[in-house]
Design a protein around this ligand. Structure first.
Ligand code: ADP
Length: 285
């Protein structure tokens, strides 16, 4: 008799999916999680999500990563926005290519010390459009986890594609996500978009670390007064409705756009980012 079938209840069919009995040979539901690269030790994976494009999700991911690096942590950014990758440009890595070794692909390090992996660092021509079907895109994200030598990383931020398609689903299922940060704009907050992101996280069993409202206001450089360019903030109200933390309100700042274009995002000190990373650190510890 097979040893693993010893002590099983009478009438056992060895089909654990149709039986609730607790016995030594019981198999748990199959995990879809991908193994991490053998040379990596990533401690916390945080996904940064938004309902639609253009709200500043990549910018906030880059600001978060840079701020966390300044706080003395080792940090990486996995650019899972495969069809609209903007992370290399933000960190001044555009036009560079990653190297492959026997152990796997080596991410590129920004001037500020953030490790970056993106499809644009693998393509011969970064202007080439990525016209791949969902499963292929999802496969790339898995490779960015198990074929990239991330090394020792305290916080790996995943810049997710907007919405709830194939790639976000793959990230949630394949990577050990500790929590998500939702990025919105004041316009977006009133809609159902936050609710969708919260519900997806619930469905996937991943905690929501909080909401960041980007482009929340513009501070007049002359008088210091705040102006709500895209309408009044609904951040607190929405956070309370869903019982999740309101992490930060990030202003519209032409310096962000300039630093993004110059590939110098890790030199930017944004209002409220220090407090935001402290809150994240507290929630993840
Ligand atoms: P997403 O990742 O959500 O598609 P991006 O991060 O690429 O959005 O931002 C879209 C554009 O808006 C970029 O050109 C970026 O520089 C600009 N942007 C985003 N947030 C701000 C901000 N707070 N102030 C000024 N420009 C911003």
């Amino acid at each position: 008799m097979n040893e693993s079938y010893e002590n099983t209840p009478a009438g056992c069919t060895h089909d654990c999916s149709s039986c609730g009995a607790s016995c030594p040979s019981r198999q748990g539901p199959e995990s879809l999680q991908e193994p991490m690269n053998e040379s990596s030790n990533v401690k916390n994976v945080i996904a940064v999500v938004s309902g639609k494009g253009g709200v500043g999700k990549s910018l906030v991911t880059a600001l978060l990563a840079s701020q966390m690096k300044r706080a003395g942590k080792t940090v990486g950014v996995l650019d899972a926005d495969i069809t609209g990758p903007s992370v290399p440009k933000l960190f001044g890595l555009e036009g560079q290519r990653v190297m492959g070794t026997d152990a796997g692909l080596l991410p590129l390090r920004s001037a500020g010390g953030v490790e970056v992996m993106s499809i644009n660092l693998l393509l011969e021509d970064p202007t080439e459009p990525v016209v791949w079907r969902g499963p292929v895109l999802a496969g790339v994200v898995k490779q960015f986890w198990h074929e990239v030598v991330w090394g020792d990383v305290d916080y790996l931020f995943v810049d997710m594609p907007p919405g709830t398609g194939d790639v976000p689903l793959t990230v949630f299922q394949s990577l050990p996500i500790k929590g998500i940060v939702i990025v919105t704009s004041p316009q977006e907050l009133v809609g159902m978009i936050v609710e969708k992101a919260v519900n997806m996280a619930k469905l996937m069993g991943v905690p929501v670390l909080g909401i960041v409202e980007n482009m929340s206001y513009f501070r007049c450089p002359d008088c210091g007064k705040r102006h709500a360019i895209f309408g009044e903030s609904h951040l607190e109200e929405l956070a309370a409705k869903h019982g999740i933390p309101a992490l930060a309100r990030i202003p519209i700042d032409p310096a962000f756009a300039r630093a993004s274009d110059a590939g110098a995002i890790d030199t930017v000190e944004a209002e409220g980012m220090g407090a935001l990373t402290e809150q994240l650190l507290a929630r993840l510890s």
